[in-house]
Design a protein around this ligand. Structure first.
Ligand SMILES: Nc1ncnc2c1ncn2[C@@H]1O[C@H](COP(=O)(O)OP(=O)(O)O)[C@@H](O)[C@H]1O
Ligand SMILES: N[C@@H](CCOP(=O)(O)O)C(=O)O
Length: 311
């Protein structure tokens, strides 16, 4: 359940006075999601999503809201933050940073069709191109420093075979600093994309967005959208996603060469975060421990076999 902070209609009605959105009609908590409090809000002007940020600090949120604004204004299907009459997009509600964004249509899919994989690849390519002109920057909070610190923390909790896998992945991890960089979503899993049938509603949950190699975003998406439960690649889905992405943004020769290592980097990031959540659960937090073994399997497959990309 992701209503951690309750908002009443009276409180919201008062808060909405600073917006030009007409009268509040309905307010409904959203059960999905694990980090923030989300509500569907309907006013006489339209339908919106109200988010109360439970973890992000006030100083980092403008980056995400400005990024969504920048992307939405350039035709990327993503939530468009709604500005107050004074131009601000971020406020305080019940003591929490809060924002209103446009409500996208659709719902997340568990088993994506080839057409949906292609739509995600296309949207990611469009996002990467549109993001090139975004002026603000954000260091990846799950970047190399986090990776090395987290690996050191979880290592002693692992079986010998898992320690060996971790060590061999880390020792063979190249630098990706020379690949094309830009603003990335960094968590483009199936639960962060909405579909209405085959029609893409949009990409949500930009709260890991940061600057990194564009290819990393593609590898994160492929490791979720295009793998089978045993961790092996789902080649038809992968072909659909990659072809659609490459139809929008050309991969360089260097990116094609780096692809197998980038798939390993992407798998390692989520193996580590899931291991960390499992072995170091935060007290007072709801536990939604996701299975680390899934990403261990993907990582092992990515170590055993190399899926080349041709330039
Ligand atoms: N802009 C939006 N339009 C439509 N639905 C949304 C929007 N933002 C969030 N949602 C709904 O809220 C759910 C939780 O959002 P999410 O950003 O994943 O939450 P959390 O950050 O807590 O994980 C999504 O699965 C989706 O159903
Ligand atoms: N999509 C991720 C969850 C987001 O990452 P985290 O660092 O907040 O755990 C996953 O499925 O593991």
């Amino acid at each position: 359940m992701s209503v951690f902070t309750t908002v009443t209609s009276d409180q919201l009605q008062h808060w909405l006075k600073d917006f030009s959105l007409g009268e509040l009609l309905t307010l409904q908590g959203i059960a999905a999601g694990i980090t923030n409090t989300n509500y569907f809000v309907t006013t006489t002007q339209g339908r919106y999503v109200l988010t109360l940020f439970e973890k992000n600090t006030l100083d980092e949120l403008p980056f995400f809201l400005d990024l969504m604004t920048h992307l939405a204004e350039r035709g990327v299907l993503c939530p468009h933050p709604v500005a107050r009459s004074d131009g601000g997009k971020l406020g305080l509600l019940n003591g929490k940073p809060a924002a209103l964004v446009s409500c996208l249509t659709g719902r997340d899919v568990e088993s994506a069709t080839l057409g949906q994989c292609a739509a995600v690849g296309r949207a990611l390519g469009q996002m990467h191109l549109a993001g090139q002109g975004f002026p603000a920057s954000m260091v990846n909070p799950r970047g190399d420093a986090w990776r090395d610190a987290t690996a050191a923390q979880v290592r002693s909790k692992l079986q010998v075979a898992d320690q060996a896998l971790l060590d061999s992945v880390l020792s063979a991890m190249p630098s990706f600093a020379d690949l094309p960089q830009g603003v990335i979503h960094a968590d483009l899993f199936r639960d962060n994309v909405l579909f209405d049938g085959e029609q893409l509603g949009g990409i949500i949950d930009f709260y890991y967005a940061c600057d990194d190699a564009l290819l990393y975003d593609l590898a994160i998406a492929v490791n979720d959208w295009c793998v089978q439960p045993d961790g092996t690649p789902d080649l038809p889905r992968q072909a659909a996603l990659l072809e659609a992405y490459r139809g929008v943004r050309t991969l360089t020769r260097e990116e094609c060469a780096a692809w197998p290592a980038m798939l390993r980097r992407a798998a390692l990031r989520f193996w580590l975060s899931r291991l960390y959540d499992l072995h170091f659960p935060q007290s007072g937090e709801l536990t939604h421990a996701k299975d680390p073994q899934h990403f261990r399997r993907i990582l092992q497959v990515r170590m055993d076999g190399h899926t080349p990309l041709t330039a």
